[in-house]
Design a protein around this ligand. Structure first.
Ligand code: ZN
Length: 1017
């Protein structure tokens, strides 16, 4: 570990370079836009799993990342002011260093990891004064406009989220609070299966919900004699399907994990080559401790390696040497692609890694291309949580938009822009902007061919666009993407050096040959395919029966291919003249003789090239021409020679240390920016240890990243607001939340999935004081099981608890205690609709009568102490000839309700159970029922609601409930369990499956179970 190699140096031998001169940068080469293609190869995505597969290899394996933690536990003194306070900080560390071992109490975990942390006592070197100084100088540059680019960031400003003014919430009644505080989770006793109602009728109860069961039931999993509501059975099946799916995902993840281990798939931080070993041999002695850059000598047209503390100027020397060799010998950029071994059998064939040139196999350059490509593919398939809050995978998009459509396509890494800038001291600064592009693949006679994705809503394009938009933030967080960008920088530099005919030391090529010669042959030239699959199904209910279960996986035909190709060739002419330019007449703007900026690519020149690059789209229209402002840069000197501060310090170490302490000694907004980029669970770059390269402090770059982080923050706020609103529906959390929150197994009632069903009815937000919150958090919630419990990409846990009549929603941020977001009390459900009777409806003839039962949370809570019975409410839905629907029920006080076409009927029905259905007698009209209501005398008993339902039912249909409770005559066998639901079958990668079963009639011996077709069906 480098921290151990670090030596304390006295200030005396650090010659500080002067940094304050700001002069103009000359970009000496610039070329614009295009596809730095990272193509990937056909592989078959077979369908998907829930997407929580964790990339183990990205997690720390050894004590390496413990650096930050250990540092943190010893250095508690925060740096306060910008500059000046570092000496205190250091002296504190020095004192702490004398403490022999680190207190084992709380090493704050930087990122979640299941792996046992190796707590190796690490004798910390205090940060050398040089290092402090270098770090302070770096931090001073944060947000500085150093390259003269326009500070105004032209992305549309993201809308800041402004929460609505909360309505004044009612104060909670003492009674409700008391009930909540006394809430005890129900003891797990075997549920009561029967009860005798007030009229002496024996009524079976559903073991799932303890409500009475009507004329139709399924045999419960609890035993042959149990009857379960159709609605409850649908829940049972959906849970079983989910369990089956979870088990399948688990099995597949084990397989994938095995593949990763076996075939060495997964990025390792230690695979990034260190520049120091090459720097000396490239003529920079002694090798810089930190970052290396190239400095041009314009007179001799030679370049030399120097040290730098400017992240944007940093070049990975091994990447550079290899890229130079590729360019010199093959006149191209490194290319990688993952191709099917047998293109005729895409489904089963393994994939082979293809490198151009082939000697790249096994080198660091080959590795970073392969791993970055594979990572992109895995992300696209939804294997991991997204690196940026709110991003969706290709599968997520496809699930929402066109689940049943099949397509195949590629995701490419592209270079949007590449140029070489030059600082005042002739330091060469490679500047690239990258993104991802989508191409659909269509089957032609010749095989799969690329076609541009034109549909803006194509899942591939949606994903590619989001990746591109967030590219820089992803690169800062994900080590493998960061280093791919470093490779692109090195390749652009190599191309520039060759094309500009810079005189390179021939030993550089010898070094490259040496690297290649010492490279072990690639251990796994072929790897198994990556696949993914998601189970989705809908359990359909119609007229109180389970009709079928439609099970679908995300079609295997949605395949994602890819690869890596640095198509920098198309930029070639752009910088051909780069170094042949004379001294600029105007600083910062190099003008050709014509007076135009000289790095404009010119159409005819490209055509003159004999060797047109293959497989590269030379769409010249995409070359947007450079404008002057790109040349008008200001970048102070940024290289340092032997003995300079740059050469002696490791910036990354100091940066991670400050990160760990959450103290960067910068303006609060910059501090919060840095924490929000790096100190989040999605970030694995902190595991890079001393090799960590801090972000480019330049204003333009930071502004862009700041804007992306701002969008994340906005979304985070919106999530909190949405979650705290009573309209938040568990069955459909919405686009703001991770897609995985939307249940994949849903119940479809009468042809409709209720997406808006509330968790409880009549929710009213309560104003609760701190003492009550504390009471809930300390005494009630720990014993309660949340009914909803989900985690976001950034590690915030959202939970919903139902505590009697209360609904408590909480949020918990990483490393923070759980906090109450909102408390609701639920009331009695009410019908939302016109209370006014429409005369037209009253003249309607009635055709059907349905009796529903629903639980009454509020009352059940209040009655709980006296009577263990669950309170329930009965209501009747009358359907008229003209498709009007009337709801009538007896209310608590004995009043009778009558509501026509309430708009929340479906939502409320989705939480109730259908007990009885009957056709109405001939010539019964709505007004007759209304008349009947007036004449009806109800007993003032607890059974009032039921009594009213019975009376109306009998009045309209001539039938009675008597003898029908429990579906004694018509009990259907449960649907076949496990295996037959189609999910198992999805493990094969056959076409989209549509599996259906029908509730089958049981042929059991017991008379009771013998099915009879209902007369009215
Ligand atoms: Zn039930």
């Amino acid at each position: 570990m480098c921290s151990r190699q670090l030596q304390i140096r006295s200030l005396a031998d650090s010659a500080l370079p002067v940094h304050c001169l700001s002069k103009t940068v000359r970009p000496i080469a610039t070329w614009e836009s295009r596809r730095l293609a990272l193509s990937t190869a056909p592989h078959r995505s077979q369908a998907t799993a829930a997407g929580n597969f964790v990339l183990r290899r990205h997690l720390p394996h050894g004590p390496l990342p413990s650096l930050g933690r250990d540092m943190a536990s010893t250095c508690e003194v925060p740096t306060k002011a910008r500059g000046g306070k570092f000496s205190q900080w250091v002296s504190k560390q020095v004192v702490d260093e004398q403490v022999p071992s680190i207190s084992p109490s709380t090493p704050p975990a930087l990122y979640p990891s299941d792996e046992p942390m190796q707590k190796e006592p690490l004798a910390l070197k205090p940060m050398a004064e040089d290092e402090e100084e270098a770090f302070r100088q770096y931090m001073d540059k944060i947000g500085e406009n150093r390259d003269g680019t326009s500070a105004g960031f032209n992305r549309k400003a993201f809308p800041w989220f402004t929460p609505k003014e909360p309505a004044k919430a009612p104060t909670v009644s003492a009674e409700v609070l008391e009930a909540a505080m006394e809430f005890k989770p129900k003891p797990r006793t075997s549920p009561k299966l029967w009860e005798v109602d007030s009229e002496g009728e024996e009524v079976p109860l559903c073991p799932r919900c303890s409500l009475p069961v009507g004329e139709f039931a399924y045999q419960g999993r609890e035993g042959k004699q149990t009857c379960v509501h159709t609605e409850c059975m649908a829940q049972v099946m959906s849970q079983e399907a989910q369990r089956e799916e979870d088990a399948r995902v688990k099995r597949e993840n084990v397989k994938k994990e095995k593949n990763r281990r076996e075939y060495d798939i997964g990025w390792r931080m230690d695979s990034v080559p260190k520049s120091a070993q090459w720097a000396e041999r490239m003529g920079c002695k002694p090798a810089p401790q930190g970052l290396c850059c190239l400095v041009l000598d314009e007179a001799s047209r030679t370049v030399k390696v120097a040290a730098t503390a400017e992240p944007s100027a940093a070049v990975n020397l091994e990447y550079l040497l290899l890229a130079l060799k590729v360019r010199k010998t093959a006149s191209r950029e490194p290319l990688f692609s993952l191709d099917p071994v047998d293109p005729q059998n895409l489904e089963k064939t393994p994939q082979k890694k293809v490198y151009e040139p082939s000697w790249l196999a096994g080198t660091s350059v080959g590795d970073v291309m392969f791993q970055a490509d594979y990572f992109l593919k895995e992300l696209a398939l939804g294997e991991y949580d997204m690196p940026v809050v709110g991003m969706l995978s290709v599968f997520d998009w496809s699930e929402m938009k066109d689940k049943d459509k099949s397509w195949a396509g590629r995701e490419w890494y592209v270079v949007k822009k590449a140029e070489i800038r030059m600082a005042e001291d002739n330091t060469l600064i490679p500047h690239v902007k990258m993104g991802v592009e989508a191409r659909e693949q269509v089957v032609t006679k010749k095989g799969l061919e690329d076609a541009p994705v034109t549909l803006p809503h194509h899942p591939l394009k949606k994903f590619a666009d989001a990746f591109t938009r967030n590219f820089d933030l992803i690169a800062e967080r994900k080590s493998v993407v960061f280093h791919l960008r470093e490779l692109a920088k090195a390749s652009a530099m190599a191309k520039y050096l060759i094309d500009s005919k810079a005189r390179l030391d021939p030993t550089w090529y010898v070094l490259a040959d040496e690297i290649v010669k010492s490279t072990e042959p690639e251990a796994y030239p072929q790897i198994p395919q990556l696949w993914n699959m998601r189970g989705n199904s809908r359990i359909k209910l119609k007229e109180g029966r389970l009709v079928d279960m439609v099970t679908g996986g995300q079609s295997n035909l949605q395949a994602i291919y890819g690869g890596v190709e640095f198509g920098l060739d198309r930029f070639e002419l752009a910088q051909r003249h780069a170094l042949q330019g004379q001294k600029p007449s105007v600083p910062g703007v190099q003008l050709a003789q014509s007076g135009r900026p000289m790095f404009m690519p010119q159409r005819f020149q490209l055509g003159q090239r004999p060797e047109m690059p293959q497989g590269v789209d030379l769409n010249l229209d995409k070359f947007s021409l450079s404008t002057e402002e790109r040349f008008a840069g200001r970048l102070p000197p940024c290289s340092g020679g032997v003995g300079s501060l740059e050469a002696k310090t490791v910036l990354g170490r100091a940066f991670l240390q400050a990160l760990q302490q959450k103290s960067f000694a910068v303006k609060p907004e910059d501090q919060s920016l840095l924490l929000n980029i790096f100190k989040v669970p999605q970030c694995d770059r902190v595991e890079e240890g001393d090799a960590f390269i801090p972000p480019d402090p330049n204003l333009e770059y930071l502004t862009k990243v700041r804007s992306l982080v701002g969008e994340e923050k906005t979304l985070r706020e919106r999530r909190k607001q949405r979650f705290s609103d009573k309209s938040f529906a568990v069955a459909n959390p919405g686009l703001d939340f991770p897609r995985s929150w939307t249940p994949r197994f849903q119940v479809e009632l009468e042809g409709r999935v209720s997406q808006t069903a509330p968790t409880k009815f009549g929710l009213k937000k309560l104003e609760v004081d701190e003492a009550f919150k504390r009471g809930l958090l300390e005494n009630v919630l720990p014993a309660a099981a949340p009914e909803f419990n989900q985690v976001t990409e950034d590690g915030i846990v959202f939970r919903i608890y139902k505590i009697g009549s209360l609904e408590v929603r909480t949020m918990q941020e990483a490393d923070e205690p759980e906090a109450i977001a909102v408390v609701f009390s639920s009331g009695t459900a009410s019908w939302e609709g016109k209370a006014v009777d429409s005369e037209d409806v009253l003249r309607d003839r009635l055709v059907k009568c349905k009796v529903y039962v629903e639980a009454m949370e509020q009352e059940s809570q209040l009655h709980l102490a006296k009577d263990a019975r669950t309170g329930c409410n009965f209501y009747i839905v009358l359907e008229t000839e003209k498709k009007n629907r009337i709801v009538t029920e007896a209310l608590g006080a004995g009043a009778l309700s009558w509501v026509q076409n309430p708009h929340n009927l479906e939502d409320r029905n989705s939480l109730a159970k259908l007990l009885f259905t009957a056709d109405c007698k001939d010539e019964v009209y709505a007004r007759d029922v209304k008349q009947f209501q007036r004449t009806l005398v109800l007993p003032p008993s607890a059974g009032l609601r039921k009594h009213y339902a019975k009376a109306v039912y009998k009045f309209v249909s001539g039938r009675s409930f008597r003898g029908k409770w429990g579906g004694k005559l018509r009990r259907f066998a449960p649907p076949p369990q496990g295996g037959n639901l189609g999910l198992a079958a999805l493990g094969r990668s056959s076409d989209f499956l549509n599996v259906m079963w029908l509730a089958r009639k049981s042929s059991n011996k017991a008379d009771l179970l013998k099915p009879k077709t209902p007369a009215y069906y």
